[in-house]
Design a protein around this ligand. Structure first.
Ligand code: URA
Length: 205
């Protein structure tokens, strides 16, 4: 199931992310902002429970997050640029890492690193800014499931129709959250119009 952010601030931020004149420092700030909006959207249905508190004026029943630890798993390296908002807004979150490298000639993902906290019973978010061919994300979803995740969610900034279809083919029913669904992939498997190489733009490489 695909969820595309629909918010004026998201449109504003994604446009500046796409702009090739945006410098790495600004790009990192914008990546934080769009990831924060995505984190809020992707956690819309987290369980809450009643909590009796007292305001300075009277007692009331408020609602707080039910105990449901979150796990955020960036796909290295570009996914690192999406982690901080999850750490900043959620009280109980741990971080795992999956390292997948795209072979530039074949565009096939190769795993070179995997370190995960317990996933079973936890709400798991895989974060990967660019859902291009979908190969890395599909592989990361498989790894997460092999390690106990029941319904890992995928959070991306820009997706291609090919990438979304690939996830739906290999992992039907996956909740996918994106800020933009773009037109297509080019011959080198970059997203069009896209924003270029996210990792390079994030780290100035
Ligand atoms: N990875 C990127 O960083 N950009 C793309 O367009 C596709 C994959």
């Amino acid at each position: 199931m695909l969820h595309v952010l629909d918010h004026p601030l998201a449109a504003h931020v994604i446009t500046h992310l796409r702009d090739k004149t945006t410098k790495p420092a600004t790009f990192r700030t914008l990546a934080y902002q769009i990831s924060l909006l995505l984190a809020i959207e992707a956690t819309r249905n987290l369980a809450v429970e009643d909590k009796l508190i007292e305001t300075p004026l009277e007692p009331m029943h408020g609602r707080v997050l039910a105990h449901s630890p979150l796990v955020v798993v960036p796909i290295l390296r570009a996914g690192l640029g999406m982690v901080q908002p999850f750490l900043d807004i959620f009280p109980d979150v741990s971080v795992g890492y999956i390292g997948l490298e795209r072979d530039h000639a074949t565009a096939v993902a190769r795993s070179y690193y995997c370190k995960l906290p317990p996933l079973a019973g936890n709400t798991v978010f895989l974060v990967d800014p660019m859902l291009a061919t979908g190969g890395s994300a599909a592989q990361a979803l498989t790894v997460a499931k092999e390690n106990g995740a029941t319904a890992p969610r995928l959070v991306c900034i820009v997706a291609s129709p090919t990438g979304v279809a690939e996830i739906e083919r290999h992992h039907p029913g996956t909740e996918i959250y994106v800020a933009a669904l773009d037109r297509e992939l080019n011959a080198r498997k970059y997203i069009l119009p896209g924003l270029g190489d996210f990792g390079d733009r994030l780290y100035g490489t």
